[in-house]
Ligand binder design. Structure first.
Ligand code: 5GP
Length: 228
């Protein structure tokens, strides 16, 4: 009856540092095999949990600046003294293949993507409280106290940007947060603007024949009795 757009959805997820968005995204990827997380390039230091090539592609500041000149990025930003950028690379290819693409980026990058792809889904993840956020930031143990404070101030400012997004999810219980983001994406796929064509899939004569058929199951009297 309907032909939906075949292309994948571009999903932009932002969250202040210390919101546990990495865990939410991992849960989402486990639930959806037809989803791909874009790997950003960064000039920040590698953390203990980082897997080069998987969490990020790590480069030096000079290498990053060279890539900017080569027009390698769809968007990039300088966040708390480090460069982060989304490579243009495979995103369009994945979307054309019908694969949903997640960009896990901060708010400035998200605003730039909104200009380029307004139909993308913009989801903001919040921590249940500022206390939780600070605890998570400290737990990483890789950043200095000053860096943690800088990250916290940036994160605090970012929370005010939530209204620029389409959806907000509080990451209080991880499973619930994953389910909510998953539900948002599934609901977005049912939007009428994803319908390319509405068509009649049965000939008028066939419908007429069906209507004329002596249908034993369709007992009008029975139905009215049930309603009474
Ligand atoms: P972290 O250092 O904690 O991994 O990331 C710091 C911030 O950079 C996070 O808010 C993360 O979403 C953001 N980020 C990661 N990759 C990109 C990117 O490619 N572009 C932009 N604009 N932000 C990014």
């Amino acid at each position: 009856m309907i032909k939906e757009k075949k292309s994948g959805q571009l999903i932009v997820i932002s969250a202040p540092s210390g919101c546990g968005k990495g865990s939410v995204i991992n849960g989402l990827l486990e639930k959806n095999k037809n989803m791909w997380l874009s790997v950003s390039t960064t000039s920040r230091k590698i953390r203990e949990n980082d897997i080069p090539g998987k969490t990020y592609n790590f480069v030096t500041k000079d290498e990053f600046e060279k890539l900017i000149k080569e027009d390698f990025f769809l968007e990039y930003t300088n966040y708390v003294g480090n460069y982060y950028g989304t490579p243009k690379g495979t995103i369009k290819e994945k979307l054309d293949q019908g694969i949903d693409v997640i960009l896990e980026i901060e708010i400035e990058g998200a605003a730039n993507i909104k200009k380029l792809v307004p139909e993308a889904i913009f989801i903001f993840i919040l921590p249940p409280s500022l206390k939780t956020m600070v605890k998570r930031l400290k737990k990483r143990g890789t950043d200095s106290k000053e860096k943690i404070l800088e990250r916290f101030h940036t994160a605090y400012k970012e929370i005010n940007e939530v209204t620029k997004y389409n959806y907000v999810v509080v990451n209080d219980i991880l499973e619930n947060a994953i389910d909510k983001v998953d539900a948002i994406i599934k609901a977005e796929k049912c939007r009428v603007d994803r319908i390319e064509e509405v068509f009649v899939d049965t000939k008028e004569e066939e419908i007429h024949e069906l209507l004329m058929e002596d249908d034993k199951d369709f007992d009008n009297e029975n139905i009215s009795e049930k309603i009474d």
